[in-house]
Design a binder for this molecule. Structure first.
Ligand code: SAM
Length: 443
């Protein structure tokens, strides 16, 4: 067959594609390490090419048939063809290989995961489009612009799947106008569902290209489901591929849901960050607190604090917690959460961590620093300030091994890097969360 090659798969790329080296360097979708496969190239390049499996000649014992009927076309999952062991090992190796590019001597523990690798996402973000005369709701395709019409997504919570089905019917029943990305016309762009751990509070966000509330009859019918305690309209009229704008209006119930995390309560508003996998988050934050070896006299900075989760989970073990967060509504949530949890030793500052940390360290001696930045990692000026004031212990939590490695390299000038634990926060996708404790050298 033309353009079909045969090779053994030697390992993985960071995003879970198989690496073949025998004919040329190529990254192959759907290939498992140590298998011999035939594949075709979908894209050729000077340094490497990309391809997809045609046939598996020697099947790995770690290959499984993907259970989801949309797996081949949908862009939401990447490693459903791996069994638990393979996914766990792939993620450990992805973290190790990425970090080793920056730091030679680094130890990575086994990936921590749950028994249930499906039905975990407590936040669903689905696009709504009209394709070939039909309303479609789902994720964008793996390689394409269309939305995959998903009637059951195996990584979303089951309650979210039920609600999407109801919404699908109501959107048709009430003849809601659907957004057209190319023409920037039509009304409903995205649906977002967020729920607490026992589904006693569920929030629905309608992202709309316009501010009219003509879909009130739909909402009135939707909220017959008593689990739905908050309905938000996010008015998003810009022509961008950002899912939401900063303009949210409460259309029913409260502006937030309340979730319980390690026996503390947290209000979460629609625009605030909140980890998507409740059970693994509890495991990860417990380890973060344990590995910080906190004492009653410690002053702690919770940098990139979001709605205040990490700092409030440890507040009773330390003297003081200072959170820094850029999103104003998340800071409001964090302050409300401190009240909700009867925590009196936590304060929150709204602003950029890289700017605010300088003001904090001018006034206070810091013992422990928690760092939990977005994917782009920390600003260099933030890390420079850390190196100047040298808090004794640091715990860094990251959702991007590449920026984690870059930042650890900078911090390694003055810190010993402890063993890294990968957490399978986003199972069935290639994404992975990692936790690293650091201690000041010569202590
Ligand atoms: C990965 S989240 C962590 C939130 C929180 N620690 C938690 O576990 O829920 C990163 C947070 O950093 C915030 N953020 C992004 N850039 C920032 C910056 N330059 N300074 C302070 N906060 C920032 C985001 O709004 C988000 O809440």
């Amino acid at each position: 067959m033309d353009n079909t090659y045969k090779s053994k798969v030697s390992g993985y790329t960071h995003d879970g594609r198989g690496v073949v080296k025998e004919n040329h360097l190529a990254f192959i979708d759907g290939a498992i390490r140590n298998e011999t496969i035939t594949y075709t190239l979908t894209q050729t390049g000077n340094k490497f090419s990309q391809g997809k499996v045609v046939d598996v000649l020697s099947r790995s014992e770690n290959r499984v048939n993907p259970p989801c009927k949309y797996y081949d076309i949908c862009g939401g999952c990447h490693v459903q063809h791996m069994n638990e062991t393979e996914e766990r090992d792939f993620k450990k190796e992805a973290v190790l290989n990425t970090l080793r590019r920056h730091i030679k001597d680094i130890e990575v523990n086994d990936t921590v995961e749950l028994d249930e690798l499906y039905y975990y996402r407590n936040k669903t973000v689905f696009a709504v489009r009209e394709q070939r005369g039909k309303v479609v709701i789902g994720q964008f395709q793996k390689n394409g612009k269309d939305v995959v019409d998903i009637d059951h997504c195996m990584i979303q919570k089951r309650s979210h799947n039920e609600i999407i089905e109801v919404l699908r019917k109501l959107i048709v029943k009430y003849d809601i106008s659907i957004y057209n990305e190319e023409k920037h016309t039509g009304f409903l762009r995205h649906l977002i569902i967020r729920s607490n751990h026992d589904d006693s509070e569920i929030q629905i966000v309608f992202v709309t290209n316009g501010k009219s509330y003509t879909f009130k009859p739909l909402v009135d019918e939707l909220v017959q489901d008593a689990r739905i305690t908050s309905v938000i309209q996010n008015i998003h009229t810009e022509r961008t591929n950002l899912v939401t704008s900063y303009n949210s209006v409460v259309r029913y119930g409260k502006s937030y849901i309340v979730d319980e995390l390690l026996n503390k309560q947290f209000k979460v508003k629609d625009l605030s960050f909140y980890q998507v996998n409740h059970e693994i988050t509890e495991k990860m934050y417990s380890e973060a607190i344990e590995r910080a070896a906190l004492t009653k006299t410690d002053v702690v900075i919770d940098a990139y604090s979001g709605i205040g989760t990490i700092g409030q989970l440890l507040a009773d073990k330390v003297d003081e917690v200072i959170g820094v967060e850029i999103v104003e509504s998340a800071v409001e949530d964090a302050r409300d959460n401190a009240k909700l949890n009867d925590i009196k030793n936590a304060t929150y500052i709204n602003g950029k961590a890289e700017e605010k940390i300088k003001e904090i360290v001018n006034e206070k001696h810091i013992d422990v620093l928690f760092i939990d930045p977005p994917r782009k990692g920390c600003d260099r000026t933030f890390l420079d300030t850390v190196l100047q004031v040298e808090p004794e212990r640091i715990v860094y939590i990251s959702c991007n091994p590449a920026t984690l490695g870059r930042d650890l390299k900078i911090l390694s000038e003055k810190y010993t890097i402890g063993s890294v634990t990968p957490y399978n926060m986003f199972s069935k996708t290639y994404h992975v969360e990692a936790l690293v404790p650091l201690t000041r050298k010569n202590d």
